[in-house]
Write a protein of this length. Structure first.
Length: 314
């Protein structure tokens, strides 16, 4: 939006001075579309949508992600989207008109009949086209995507996991939420396990709340390590299993996303016949770059040398 005027200058230059007829024709078509009211409307609409999604996107990519804060931001973003759907169209129109006046683009009377492709007049108004067919459709697509990715069950699952956090001396501990978390894992906790889990959670909380060793923990991973070092994973096996499930969920989700992203870089058209074993090794090196950086080259060469008898020394 800030470079819009400069973009028009470049397109106009390519339109007149392009190196080939195809380039000049392409620049002419893009320039004509950029100077249309519809493009300006799309520009401002997508700016507002990305403005709403940007904060949550950055939060979800943080390595020190706070589960409860992330769940709260998901709900807040969805509510903001719903509010944007209700009142966003009216707020966009003045900005679109102002932008068109600044850059000398023809504006439209929102109540007139919409003129479609090839200058054909339709029976619907400009308001119906831009509000119902464009604005509402695009925002509804975003809301549907959010509901699919962050369903109520998934959001509750994150909140239930946060109830096991030992931060600030188990200030977020909530036995009812942890029992609900256990019920979601039906294959891990049967009915008898749930009865035992309720008792273990009660005793575990009261035994740890007064133990100074649990006062400075910063996450569920620290809690699990301390439980193992103290032997509490044998005294409270179901609580320990719950902590492991809480740790596995976000890691597996993030690992799958990272693997798919890296696979696009590793398995290219030139390597489309790569074997599964070599692909797994290559992905491991690309995904776990931080761990790989700690491995010394000399140790790799030494291990490779010992794998079989070789004529020369590496």
């Amino acid at each position: 939006m800030k470079l819009f005027a400069d973009v028009l200058v470049v397109l106009d230059f390519v339109k007149e001075e392009g190196g080939s007829l195809a380039n000049r024709q392409q620049a002419s078509g893009i320039l004509a579309y950029f100077k249309s009211y519809e493009f300006v409307f799309y520009l401002h609409m997508m700016y507002d949508i990305l403005h709403l999604t940007g904060t949550l996107s950055k939060q979800l990519q943080r390595k020190d992600l706070d589960i409860l804060e992330a769940a709260s931001m998901v709900r807040g973003t969805m509510e903001a989207f719903q509010s944007f759907r209700n009142i966003g169209f009216a707020s966009i129109l003045p900005k679109v008109s102002s932008f068109c006046e600044t850059h000398e683009i023809d504006t439209l009377d929102i109540e007139e009949l919409y003129i479609g492709a090839r200058n054909r007049r339709t029976t619907k108004t400009n308001r119906f086209h831009f509000e119902v067919e464009i604005f509402n459709t695009v925002v509804d697509m975003q809301l549907t995507e959010y509901r699919d990715r962050f369903s109520e069950t998934n959001t509750q699952l994150l909140e239930y996991m946060g109830a096991l956090s030992p931060c600030d001396s188990f200030v977020q501990f909530d036995k009812s939420k942890l029992l609900k978390l256990g019920k979601l894992y039906k294959y891990e906790f049967d009915d008898s396990d749930m009865i035992v889990l309720e008792g273990q959670l009660e005793i575990f909380y009261h035994s740890c709340i007064k133990d100074e060793r649990f006062a400075s923990l910063k996450g569920i991973s620290d809690l699990s390590r301390l439980m193992v070092s103290m032997g509490k994973h044998r005294s409270y096996p179901l609580v320990y299993k719950l902590s492991k499930l809480a740790l596995i969920l976000p890691v597996t989700t993030a690992s799958v996303e990272r693997c798919f992203s890296k696979m696009k870089l590793v398995k290219t058209d030139l390597r489309n016949k790569i074997g599964d074993e070599f692909l797994n090794d290559a992905l491991l090196c690309n995904v776990e770059t931080e761990a790989l950086a700690k491995v010394e080259n000399e140790k790799v060469m030494e291990r490779f040398q010992k794998m079989s008898a070789r004529r020369g020394q590496i």
